[in-house]
Design a protein around this ligand. Sequence first.
Ligand SMILES: Nc1ncnc2c1ncn2[C@@H]1O[C@H](COP(=O)(O)OP(=O)(O)OP(=O)(O)O)[C@@H](O)[C@H]1O
Length: 374
Amino acid sequence: MRDDPEEGMLSWDETVFRDEHVFEIDHVPETFDHRESQLESLKYALRPAVRGSRPLNTIVRGPPGTGKTTAVQKLFGELHGQSSVRAVHVNCQMNSTRYAVFSRVFEDLFEYEPPSSGISFKKLFSQISDRLIEDDEVLVVALDDVNYLFYENEASDVLYSLLRAHETHVGARIGVIVISSDLSLDVIDELDSRVQSVFRPEEVFFPRYDQSEIVDILGERATRGFHDGVLDSIGLDRVAELTAESGDLRVGIDLLRRAGLHAEMRASRTIESEDIEAAYDKSKHVHLSRSLRGLSDSERALVRVIADHSGEQAGTVYEVFHEETDLGYTRYSEIVNKLDQLGLIDAEYAEVDGRGRSRSLTLTYDADAVKERL
Ligand SMILES: Nc1ncnc2c1ncn2[C@@H]1O[C@H](COP(=O)(O)OP(=O)(O)OP(=O)(O)O)[C@@H](O)[C@H]1O
């Protein structure tokens, strides 16, 4: 008897997923529970904009994957119906210079991109302000992942321009929501004093979800995403437990999706513990993947070198890096600092055999996991 090659496989139209899209990274969930007080505070800060005044500037802080972006996007979605408000969300990981941030705002207002060069920042800003005044709109800019502006030394310039707009462009009304997931970064403290004197934001904090909240949120997502009976409560509890280890809800959402795919690969119509454990090996690194995604070529090159020379002295690492990229020491030091601030490496000063203090550079993640994702 011939083996049936189809045996042990689900047919093309058999799947554990009812709607796989709900597990995608940019899916905005329909239900958004456990963030009532944060939404209230944000709404309070934004309310003046609806009446045509500048909103209260706000700083949103909290660890990764705690719903900060989603909360702001939900409220911006509601504001889009208001003719007096223009709400623009800027991802600072992707737009990490002042020119790039304002280009995003320009693009939102004019529905086309400004030239990437050949027009001065001043001109770009004037066009934005003129447009706002002409349309009688209040602008709210959400600077998401603002920590990236600090790593590039652009934060003070960006905020200064936005916050002083009503003085430099009379009639322009602009407010900012600054979002940071880097808890070691003291946003206000790190700004120039000229910015500090005009930036006194409201603060909204997003704590980690506790395990029962995670069960609740992921359970809702699983109900929408999987067919009935695919994931039982024991499986859901395990996913929540693994998610709570990092506190990043993204791990849990990714884990649900990968566990579903793993079950399908075994031709199973239900997710079992082996699917969850196997999937977790990849899902636990979603934060790492995200940090690596925004890096430039030379930054990636340095991560690669450190992965091969983890724990060695900064001077030794520099020699290898310079050999590969031809970049100088100043740029090298800047990149080391950025990778350190991103939590990808630990750059610690230590005594070296009586020769004074030097930094040693250590990768904070497993080297293979990093290299696989570069
Ligand atoms: N209360 C919630 N209900 C449903 N889904 C949620 C909730 N909070 C967060 N999520 C989901 O978790 C994921 C991460 O949320 P979000 O991107 O808003 O986090 P964040 O705090 O902005 O993270 P980061 O600081 O890393 O950018 C998203 O896919 C979002 O849909």
